[in-house]
Design a protein around this ligand. Structure first.
Ligand code: SF4
Length: 295
């Protein structure tokens, strides 16, 4: 594991293509106010996602359930880590209410990782899917799930609730797992995606990588082959951005044209749909990607 002095050594200057006019603080505030009224968290405003209004204009938003403290400590992630509150059984209903209130047609539900819970929070994911459907029967629901420590019953619980897309990010290439996400296991994440496809072919699976953490193009290509090998059909590739000086440094800013090449390559390799670009995040254009795979 890198120590802080090593982490601090290489701060690259942000290139022009990453300079995007972020929505005014007031606009994040509007979302924060809307969600805090419902005692809810969204990744969109927690991570100050630059795409917030683009997604909202596509009636898409991402809710973070199971609290805002993660039991893991990935070195690229801005989410707070440490002891978490017990799950709130009322949260699924509030997500359904808020999603309806926001006029969403595509709802992404994700969570911190709760290794402290026997089912990793799978039960609350399933309840949240059901509550969204209760409030909005035609809403499309994507779940971006943790690895549930390989618990296949937990995965089954989520899949039985019938999400439209099952998303689980590999985040980076296996060589970088010890430094980037030490509590995760590359093969365990691949197995989760494989088991999801084995469970049902009606739910497309999706995964994503951050580029710029020091991976080589050969390593990325092998990882894409691994994803295709477990039946993953939707892919997101985005630029890693350092949340703070305490997090892993950016090793490289990938130019937009290189992201375009990766998109062409991944489609050529067999992915059904790919979003690839400096600002791409797991839920970026999620609805479009889904509709391209499941019209
Ligand atoms: S498990 Fe997920 S939420 Fe937790 S620290 Fe890692 S990336 Fe962040």
């Amino acid at each position: 594991m890198m120590n802080h002095k090593q982490i601090k050594k290489t701060q690259l200057r942000k290139p022009a293509w990453l300079k995007k006019t972020l929505p005014k603080e007031s606009e994040y505030e509007k979302v924060r106010a809307l969600l805090s009224k419902s005692k809810l968290h969204s990744v969109c405003q927690e991570a100050k996602c630059p795409n917030i209004w683009e997604c909202f204009s596509q009636e898409t938003a991402t809710f973070l359930i199971l609290g805002d403290h993660c039991t893991r400590n990935c070195r690229f992630c801005a989410i707070a880590h440490g002891p978490s509150e017990p799950p709130d059984p009322e949260e699924p209903a509030r997500v359904g209410e808020a999603a309806k209130g926001m006029g969403l047609s595509y709802v992404v539900v994700t969570s911190v990782t709760r290794d402290d819970l026997p089912d990793g929070g799978a039960g609350l994911f399933a309840e949240t899917i059901k509550e969204i459907r209760k409030k909005m029967p035609n809403a499309l629901v994507e779940v971006l799930i943790p690895d549930f420590q390989g618990n296949t019953d937990a995965l089954q619980t989520v899949l039985d609730a019938g999400p439209n897309v099952l998303n689980h990010n590999l985040e980076t290439v296996p060589r970088l797992y010890p430094s980037a996400r030490p509590e995760a296991v590359y093969d365990r994440s691949l197995d989760l995606l494989k088991n999801a496809r084995a469970h049902t072919l009606h739910i497309p699976t999706k995964s994503g990588l951050m580029l710029g953490l020091g991976e080589s193009p050969e390593e990325v290509e092998i990882t894409l082959k691994d994803l295709l090998g477990v039946g993953c059909s939707i892919l997101t590739l985005g630029q890693y951005l350092q949340p703070s000086k305490e997090h892993l440094p950016v090793e490289r800013f990938i130019p937009p044209e290189e992201f375009d090449k990766w998109r062409e390559k991944a489609l050529g390799m067999g992915f059904s749909e790919v979003a690839s670009g400096p600002f791409v995040r797991s839920s970026y254009h999620a609805k479009e990607l889904y509709q391209a795979v499941r019209p």
